[in-house]
Design a protein around this ligand. Structure first.
Ligand SMILES: Cc1cc2nc3c(=O)[nH]c(=O)nc-3n(C[C@H](O)[C@H](O)[C@H](O)COP(=O)(O)OP(=O)(O)OC[C@H]3O[C@@H](n4cnc5c(N)ncnc54)[C@H](O)[C@@H]3O)c2cc1C
Ligand SMILES: NC(=O)c1ccc[n+]([C@@H]2O[C@H](COP(=O)([O-])OP(=O)(O)OC[C@H]3O[C@@H](n4cnc5c(N)ncnc54)[C@H](OP(=O)(O)O)[C@@H]3O)[C@@H](O)[C@H]2O)c1
Length: 425
């Protein structure tokens, strides 16, 4: 049921809520988004993820077409078939950030006119004022800066600028980091495309974004709930947003806007088959998402295994997501332990791995007793630090040296027993 829906053939649906989870005064924006599964037949398990296909913001599409100098209603050949240029740029291609292929091709894309401009440069000047009998002279040095009284102050040569930007990988990454195609067209007014297709051929196809599902299908039938950190930043005096998170937060209207979704089932990030198994879950920030689903599921299944959640974010006052639900679980005993790390509520940072180390003895006892250990959230920093903390705990309390503890965590727990599971991104 529902298996016909996929990335290429997504189910079109709407949302029923997108509430901000942060309290007043927060510096970040995290939303609880509910997607309606309607008549799709789509099913999922706690631990699965869902894919969302975003669209580009209307104002960015319009500005881009204006700068390109084409007609938005013009029919073009896109990978989705024959569509208007407006629709191709709204739905089919990523335009919110330059791609590497485009930046690498920049020197060649600049129109021939700019490349073949003849540059005339004055190298020496001497002017005599006959009435005052004074003289004003200068000679161009080779060290770069133009003399203050040089007749033309602009050193702006598009070809030279493009060469600098594409000098090496770091320069390309630097240019891409804060710019989209609007910035590039404004930086290089001589950038010219004969046809819309010439421009489209430089772009990447729009990609779906995955989100760990934050709900149990049994607790919320017909819905998929998500915990989404909205990506926002400002570069070159323009407010910008992540493509999918900006789309959901700013453009998708509750109950109205239709967009495509598809399921992305997990292979292994699942609850233990045996409900009496204890589980430890480490999920700071949006990493809490699948653990809300796990706990909801264990509550409904009346699983007897104990549940221990490590959660953290910037401030308790503004980032304590799902507070009343968590309090309810602590009251009714579904959540055996809840350990928090509010990173910015004191002078020094406190992270989930610091809390793990404080509870090292207990964590080792749970693991040694057969508990599953789950991690979800940031891959680049948090998951690595939590991994190191787990090894340290196994070494300290499990009587292993550091090599043995590493082997135990990465081989025994992860690969052989498959009870150290990660959903990191
Ligand atoms: C299996 C899986 C599960 C996931 N689950 C969740 C989840 O539950 N919740 C969640 O919120 N996310 C989750 N993600 C991440 C999610 O898929 C998206 O990557 C994320 O929401 C950003 O998407 P976007 O389209 O809004 O941003 P994009 O447009 O794709 O941009 C994101 C990129 O913007 C860049 N960026 C960030 N800040 C700046 C800045 N200041 N200047 C310039 N560039 C910047 C970063 O390089 C980042 O990679 C998950 C990812 C995976 C793979
Ligand atoms: N692939 C992606 O696109 C991706 C993936 C994950 C996160 N992000 C970005 O991260 C932003 C927010 O994500 P999020 O809300 O899930 O939270 P987050 O940024 O991961 O932060 C959650 C908590 O983790 C803390 N933290 C920072 N470094 C840590 C470390 N090394 N070890 C343990 N904890 C650490 C943070 O503290 P401090 O902030 O106080 O240091 C905060 O308290 C999003 O806007 C998104 O751009 C992007």
């Amino acid at each position: 049921m529902g298996t016909e829906w996929n990335l290429k053939n997504p189910y079109l649906t709407t949302i029923s809520e997108k509430d901000v989870l942060n309290g007043p005064g927060a510096t970040k924006e995290t939303r609880h988004v509910s997607i309606l599964l309607g008549d799709s037949g789509l099913t999922y398990r706690a631990g699965d993820a869902i894919g969302i296909i975003p669209e580009n913001p209307k104002d960015i599409v319009e500005k881009l077409i204006e700068l390109l100098g084409f007609n938005p209603s013009q029919e073009v050949e896109s990978h989705s078939g024959k569509v208007t240029l407006y629709n191709a740029l709204k739905k089919d291609y990523e335009i919110h950030r330059l791609n590497k292929k485009f930046v690498k091709a920049l020197p060649g894309l600049l129109s021939d006119d700019s490349g073949s401009l003849i540059e005339i440069q004055l190298v020496k000047s001497e002017r005599n004022n006959v009435t005052k009998n004074t003289s004003d002279s200068w000679e161009l040095s080779t060290d770069g800066d133009l003399p203050a009284n040089y007749p033309i102050q602009s050193k702006n040569n598009p070809s030279a600028k493009a060469e600098i930007i594409t000098k090496d990988n770091d320069a390309i990454e630097d240019y891409i980091w804060s710019r989209d195609y609007i910035d590039a067209l404004q930086d290089f007014p001589s950038l010219n495309f004969d046809t819309p297709e010439d421009f489209l051929s430089q772009l990447d196809k729009i990609k779906g974004r995955l989100y760990s599902i934050a709900s149990s299908p049994d607790a919320h039938p017909g819905e998929v709930q998500l915990t989404i950190a909205i990506v926002r930043y400002n570069h070159h005096n323009r407010d910008r947003a992540g493509l999918c998170t900006g789309y959901l937060a700013d453009d998708v209207e509750v109950g109205k806007t239709k967009f495509g979704v598809y399921m992305s089932p997990t292979k292994s990030f699942l609850l233990p088959d045996d409900g009496s198994t204890n589980i430890i879950m480490v999920g700071p920030g949006t990493g809490i998402a699948p653990f809300r689903a796990f706990i909801e599921q264990r509550e409904i299944d009346k699983s007897t295994g104990k549940n221990w959640l490590f959660f953290g974010d910037q401030h308790e006052a503004t980032e304590y997501y799902y507070k009343s639900q968590i309090k309810g679980w602590l009251d009714n005993g579904v959540l055996h332990d809840f350990t928090t790390a509010w990173s910015r509520d004191q002078a020094e940072k406190i992270y989930v791995q610091n809390r793990m180390l404080e509870h090292g003895k207990e964590i080792w006892e749970w693991i040694n007793d057969g508990a599953y250990f789950y991690v979800c959230g940031d891959k680049n920093y948090m998951a690595k630090d939590v991994h190191a903390a787990l090894i340290q705990i196994c070494s300290e309390y499990g009587g292993m040296n550091s090599d043995e503890a590493t082997e135990y965590v990465t081989q025994t727990l992860m690969k052989e027993e498959k009870r150290y599971l990660r959903d990191v991104y």
